[in-house]
Design a protein around this ligand. Structure first.
Ligand SMILES: Nc1ncnc2c1ncn2[C@@H]1O[C@H](COP(=O)(O)OP(=O)(O)OP(=O)(O)O)[C@@H](O)[C@H]1O
Ligand SMILES: [Mg+2]
Length: 254
């Protein structure tokens, strides 16, 4: 079983010629097969955690460790992280002009699997996965994220997730901006991956809505750059009713 272990992670960014610490000691363990939800107020550092795990150059790790199966993730390049089995669906996916969805997916799969997928089976795999997400096949020929609606971008992220079969997937607000039907379709995609028991999922969200479809094993409250409380699925309902005030009091975005 693959395990992602985050220990006492501190992360800073350079902003306005000053160094600002955003993550202030994050501890989290995600095992293959588990689903964790992270909830927390705007600006608390949730996306920063996702970017730091993905290896975004803007974010400097000042201390702490991240390992996947005991391997040092922080030492890996972005490509090596993907090959090791880490997957990140970003809150704001970027456009890649001139690169079609179909080429992009095949290149990614080749990188992650270490060899190009056989064309015959690959085309079928992509078609079936797109059908499962109710995506128009014509999407395969469009440029990645160019002119995609918010919901289309999110479906494209889940398409990648289903095709790349990572060990640990970090989904940053995959539910934001989805209509009710799209939320269900995207959730079903995540659940298909989950049901294999071979992926650990870290779901960053603001809404308990998605957690009705994707039942988390653990819920974590993120506040002021660290996990302030952890519990089971019931914690999400408590947060929905009571908000985050109890967690941010006295220490709002220092
Ligand atoms: N590249 C950056 N430059 C400057 N400040 C940054 C940068 N990245 C993040 N921050 C700051 O770090 C804090 C945490 O941002 P982050 O995006 O991680 O929050 P979040 O918890 O994902 O919020 P939201 O719920 O709104 O998505 C914010 O105050 C943000 O302005
Ligand atoms: Mg965010």
């Amino acid at each position: 079983m693959a395990t992602l272990e985050i220990r006492d992670l501190h992360v800073s960014v350079e902003a306005d010629n000053a160094t600002k610490e955003i993550l202030k000691g994050v501890d989290l363990t995600v095992k293959q097969g588990e689903t964790h939800a992270i909830m927390g107020p705007n600006g608390s550092g949730k996306s920063t955690l996702a970017y730091s795990l993905a290896g975004h150059p803007k974010y400097t790790i000042t201390s702490g460790s991240v390992t996947l199966d005991g391997e040092d993730v922080l030492e890996m390049t972005v490509d090596e992280r993907a090959r090791a089995g880490l997957f990140l669906a970003m809150q704001y996916p970027v456009e890649i002009p001139g690169v079609s969805v179909s080429n992009f997916l095949r290149t990614s799969a080749t990188a992650v699997r270490g060899e190009a997928p056989k064309l015959r089976t690959w085309v079928k795999e992509v078609k079936e996965t797109m059908a499962g997400l109710q995506m128009d096949p014509a999407f395969a020929e469009r440029n990645v994220n160019e002119g995609f609606s918010g919901g289309e971008k999110k479906r494209h992220e889940i398409l990648q997730l289903e095709l790349l079969k990572p060990k640990v997937a970090i989904l940053d607000e995959t539910d934001s901006g989805l209509d009710v039907d799209a939320l269900r379709i995207v959730s079903e995609g995540v659940n298909r991956v989950r049901e294999t028991g071979e992926v650990g999922t870290l779901l960053i969200t603001h809404y308990t809505r998605i957690l009705r479809y994707i039942k988390p094993d653990f819920v974590h409250v993120f506040a002021n750059g660290r996990i302030a409380e952890s519990g089971g699925a019931e914690l999400a309902d408590k947060l929905e009713n009571e908000g985050y005030e109890a967690y941010v009091k006295g220490g709002a975005s220092a």
